[in-house]
Design a protein around this ligand. Structure first.
Ligand code: MV4
Length: 448
């Protein structure tokens, strides 16, 4: 097992990884920017190294500085967390070339899933259902137009190197195809340096449901159930829950088994998430994330498994401790993302936290790196914490979340807590029918 892990991240996920390390008897190294010198991760890690100025590009994305920090502290592995360098194949490769273990999949698997056309072809060949569309990249507007006409409108044009919503165009009228195709291509080129695009039938009102998967280097692969992440705004998730309120046991087992089988056939190592669109009782592959995700605690709460510890064990060459047999799904979990933002305008609200009181009690978990008198720097993502609750069933879970939100105190900055309190009272949230369009439509109605 590793003796020392360097954490190439900040905020709550850095803390989350430090906690797993400590429970496993592994030393931790926090790297940080000058803006994060007073962070909780720096306080709680065994060692810390400043890797650069506030801008992410110069610190948390500064590969030479991170590798130097790993070398001078004598770390034997690097955990990238989520965001930043977590899905950068070149970083994973350099970490390994410098003699450290990368706590994540191989650079080849990161690359394979990073190219959305290759990812789709790979999982399709292994039996995962995909959205009908072009078999690969589409080179000309004429070729694309023909595919769109054969398939029927609406269609969506996506960037092969995209993901997370950037560079997508929806075509509702065939007369607009050519213009939107060229727009998709040039946006793809500008944003990702690759103008490859592909075409899919556009699903009008789906849910976003994702399956947590795990593989090890001994040929074992499992799924750990799903998370429904359809409550989102501008491709930012706000609420995640598991199990999904709309899935049957049969569908869960079917899509779960297909997902686990895919990971096994790929020889995939570590944690991954297979994202699906779900509409009219059918799943369609969207993309695969090759990292631990923000919402992983939802799965931890319903399975009782420490996913970060499992990532570390797998990276150290151990077998998955979770085998299909003893895995049991218990009750229901919901996570809300607490952002330092105005709950009405979503404008960032960094600054000093004056008072802070964390919620507690049975089934309540608060993953955050904030403390009273802490100043949230303006340079990074606005998420300041995650509140996760567990209950025996969805109804108990929702009541517990409402209770936990009301006892949380964060003053001095604006947070999205009031928005969450409101979401949790809405009819479509309570009945579980919400789709990916729901929140934005609700907000429009509320603001009208
Ligand atoms: C789609 C889709 C509808 N039909 N693909 C958005 C992010 C990127 N990963 C893929 N996305 C979508 N792909 C087809 N064929 C709708 C979306 C989409 C979306 C998906 C999940 C969560 C929120 C979303 C918001 C807008 C669009």
């Amino acid at each position: 097992m590793f003796k020392k892990i360097l954490i190439a991240n900040r905020g709550e996920i850095a803390l989350r990884i430090i906690r797993a390390c400590r429970e496993m008897g592994i030393e931790s190294v926090a790297v940080h920017s000058t803006a994060d010198a007073n962070s909780m991760a720096v306080r709680l890690a065994d060692e810390s190294v400043c890797i650069g100025p506030p801008k992410s590009h110069d610190s948390y994305l500064n590969i030479p500085a991170i590798l130097s920090a790993a070398a001078v502290t004598g770390a034997d592995a690097v955990h990238p967390g989520y965001g930043f360098l977590s899905e950068n194949a070149q970083f994973a490769r350099m970490v390994e070339e410098h003699g450290f273990a990368f706590i994540g999949p191989t650079p080849e698997h990161i690359e394979q899933m990073g190219d959305k056309v290759t990812a789709k072809q790979t999982v399709k060949a292994l039996g995962i259902p995909v959205v009908p569309g072009s078999p690969g990249g589409v080179d000309t507007a004429d070729e694309g137009k023909k595919i769109a006409e054969d398939m029927g409108l609406p269609v969506i044009i996506k960037a092969a190197s995209g993901g997370g919503g950037k560079g997508m165009q929806i075509v509702n009228d065939i007369n607009e195809f050519e213009e939107l195709f060229q727009r998709a291509r040039s946006e793809a080129k500008v944003n990702f340096g690759d103008d490859t695009v592909y075409i899919e039938k556009f699903l009008k009102d789906p849910k976003h449901i994702e399956i947590q998967v795990f593989g090890d280097t001994h040929g074992n692969a499992i799924h750990l159930g799903e998370r429904d992440c359809s409550v989102q705004r501008r491709h930012q998730k706000l609420v995640e829950e598991g199990p999904s309120p709309v899935l049957t046991e049969e569908l869960r087992e079917e899509i779960g088994a297909l997902s686990a089988n895919t990971v096994r056939e790929m020889g995939y190592r570590g944690a991954g998430t297979i994202e699906f669109l779900y509409e009219d009782g059918k799943f369609y592959f969207m993309e695969m994330n090759t990292r631990i995700q923000v919402e992983h605690p939802v799965t931890e709460m319903i399975t009782g498994i420490d996913l970060i510890a499992e990532q570390i064990r797998v990276a150290a060459g151990e077998e998955l401790t979770i085998k299909k047999g003893p895995l049991r799904f218990r009750g229901h979990a919901i996570e809300i993302r607490i952002n330092a933002e105005d709950p009405d305008t979503f404008m960032p609200s960094p600054g000093k936290i004056t008072q802070f009181h964390a919620p507690g009690g049975l089934g309540v978990r608060f993953d955050s790196a904030i403390y009273a008198e802490y100043s949230i720097p303006p340079h990074y993502d606005s998420m300041v914490g995650k509140l996760i609750v567990h209950g025996r069933n969805r109804e108990e879970c929702i009541r517990r979340m409402q209770r936990a939100i009301r006892e949380t105190v964060i003053t001095g900055i604006k947070t999205t807590l009031p928005l969450h309190e409101w979401i949790l009272q809405q009819e479509e949230f309570l009945d579980g029918s919400y789709s990916i369009k729901w929140l934005e439509q609700q907000l429009e109605k509320r603001n009208a």
